[in-house]
Design a protein around this ligand. Structure first.
Ligand code: ADP
Ligand code: MG
Length: 582
């Protein structure tokens, strides 16, 4: 139990050398406890949470037991996704660096099967693969299991969740009787136990109790938030805590798309990750996130499993997870390696009981947080702005811009005026306020019913567009206004063109009395209309901004509501008159 070194596990020199090179100082608990029984040839069930080194826990003993003088496949490792299969084969590859003559092949769907067949023909000792593609090779007869002595199911819970049960069972059924079956998983469930019963012989259960959670450096806070205000609250938390890299978890794929779109409309560099994406897209998303081009990664639990991200500022539970174990996995993504992390949970009323269940399960009290007010947000943004300007002054090289100042002064503006106007532009803080009062749900049950009334549901954020202008590291203005640049064109620049006053079919074209001279951008319009009239931002159609006015298409059935909500209201602090376009 108290194995302190890899050497004490009785490993060969080849492996010890590799492990040292990889920088592993000592076996992790699951390795210390899992490696010996696997080495001794037992069937093993290993349970430990994500990121605890399960790969090496089976990878090392698998390597120790391979006979490289034979050319046959001796170990088969099944992984739920291509990504994980690649990760596992790479990790084992590193562990095998000094094992002479060892060959590993990773096989997964989407890669050329002919290429895989050619490699398999050359002789491979360890096959790492996804169940579907392994089945495929099995049926084609291009992969022989006759000599397989070790069979590993990695992330078994995920494989079952992803519907691989039948494939796994058929593969297991094809394996030689005389073999070792090893199963690793972060969670245990009935389906896993039934696989175990059918296919393992007297398995040794190695379970690493999770006690890291309590001493992990994670600040766990929850906020009571109305479902429709969750994105708003999330953006406030991002601004408030200056979160530059965060993982947002939600329970469904659809939510991922919705949140990403909402966040992008508000000017955040957000991208989503879920099972429906093609591999190439997933790779793109991940590399942008790792390069900090994307700052907000929105994912489902399954999609986030196996992605290798660390050093996150925070994890946000947009939804409370349906499984307590998921909560533990999710928040374990932040606060790693001695850094402190934040885990924020946005809790709607009907999710509250699940949060309690999580507290019972983890034995950690999750503190109730206060949603940052508009004042708070303005305060931190000002402070950050002052900091940024101070450092820009210290950096120097300001002579380049003197002529701009001169030109403005010649137009008769005072330096104070110029500076104030620039501050306003850069900070994007406007006079109007968020409706702080309508973000949280109250304990009383009655009040909710009436909220849906006329203008009641505004958790409005007229300021939302300006968030794009945040003091973010000079990235301001780099991205396009919205993910659908085609739709939200800035409008005809050519004054000669007559404005289009008729709407697209099914839409009503509205006239707004504000335009480019008021510094209005498409995102301001979307933000105001969506927030005030409580219609989804994506329902809003073409927006054409002219100097003094703007045309915007809204769905016919929402036109009334938009008129009611917007007329006399303000956008970016300016009063707007709104009417049906003539
Ligand atoms: P799991 O499968 O449990 O989620 P992995 O096997 O993917 O975890 O390991 C997570 C990370 O920890 C990998 O980057 C791996 O190289 C590293 N790691 C594994 N074992 C050790 C160890 N003993 N010491 C330090 N790092 C380790
Ligand atoms: Mg793993």
């Amino acid at each position: 139990m108290t194995t302190e070194t890899f050497a004490e596990l009785g490993l060969s020199e080849d492996i010890l050398r590799a492990v040292t090179e990889m920088g592993f100082e000592k076996p992790s608990p699951i390795q210390a406890q899992g490696i010996p029984p696997v080495l001794q040839g037992y069937d093993v069930i290993g349970q430990a949470q994500t990121g605890t080194g399960k790969t090496a826990a089976f990878g090392i003993p698998v390597l120790e037991r391979i006979d490289t003088s034979s050319n046959a496949v001796q170990a088969l490792i099944l992984c739920p996704t291509r990504e994980l299969a690649v990760q596992v084969s790479e990790e084992i590859g590193r562990l095998a660096k000094y094992v002479r003559g060892l060959r590993i092949e990773v096989i997964y769907g989407g890669d050329s099967i002919e290429r895989q067949i050619r490699s398999l023909k050359r002789g491979v000792h360890i096959v790492v693969g996804t169940p579907g593609r392994v089945m495929d090779h099995m049926q084609r007869g291009t992969l022989s299991f006759d000599e397989v002595r070790m069979m590993v199911l990695d992330e078994a819970d995920e494989m079952l969740d992803m519907g691989f049960r039948e494939d796994i069972e058929s593969i297991l059924a094809e394996m030689p009787e005389e073999r070792q079956t090893i199963l690793f998983s972060a969670t245990m469930s009935k389906p896993i136990m039934s696989i175990t019963k059918r296919f393992q012989k007297d398995p040794v259960l190695v379970k690493v109790v999770r006690n890291e959670l309590t001493n992990q450096n994670i600040e766990q806070v929850f906020f009571e938030v109305k479902p429709q205000a969750k994105v708003e609250v999330m953006t406030r938390l991002i601004d408030m805590y200056h979160l530059q890299s965060l993982l947002v978890f939600c329970n469904t794929k659809r939510k991922v798309d919705e949140i990403v779109e909402e966040m992008q409309l508000r000017g955040y560099a957000a991208e989503g990750l879920h099972g429906d994406l093609r591999q190439q897209q997933r790779n793109n998303v991940m590399s942008k996130f790792k390069a900090s081009v994307t700052t907000v990664l929105v994912a489902t639990d399954v999609a986030a499993r196996g992605i290798d991200v660390s050093g996150l500022d925070a994890v946000i539970n947009y939804d409370v997870p349906l499984d307590e174990e998921y909560y533990v996995h999710r928040i374990g993504r932040t606060g790693r390696a001695g850094m402190s992390g934040k885990a924020f949970s946005l809790v709607a009323r009907d999710e509250k009981f699940r949060l309690r269940q999580i507290e019972n399960y983890t034995k950690v009290k999750i503190e109730k947080g206060v949603i940052p007010s508009y004042e708070d947000i303005v305060g931190v943004r000002k402070a950050r702005f002052i900091e940024n300007i101070s450092s820009a002054i210290q950096e120097g090289d300001l002579e380049l811009y003197h002529d701009v100042l001169d030109t403005l002064r010649h137009s008769g503006f005072s330096t104070e005026q110029i500076v104030a106007a620039m501050t306003k532009q850069i900070m994007g803080v406007q006079k109007n306020e968020y409706a702080d009062s309508n973000l949280a749900w109250e304990e009383k049950r009655n009040s909710d019913r009436r909220e849906r009334g006329e203008r009641g549901d505004r958790f409005g954020d007229r300021d939302r567009g300006s968030r794009f202008d945040r003091d973010r590291d000079g990235r301001r203005g780099e991205r396009s206004d919205s993910p659908r640049g085609d739709r939200r064109s800035e409008g005809p620049r050519d004054r000669g063109n007559a404005p289009r006053t008729s709407a697209e079919p099914g839409m009503t074209r509205l006239f707004l009395s504000l335009g480019r001279k008021d510094n209005i951008q498409p995102r301001d319009i979307v933000g105001a209309i969506a927030g005030e009239a409580n219609i989804p931002g994506k329902a809003i159609g073409a927006i054409d901004i002219y100097d003094k006015f703007t045309f915007v298409d809204v769905p016919e059935r929402d036109a009334r509501a938009v008129l009611r909500a917007m007329d006399g209201n303000t956008i970016k602090g300016k009063q707007v008159q709104i009417d049906i376009a003539k």
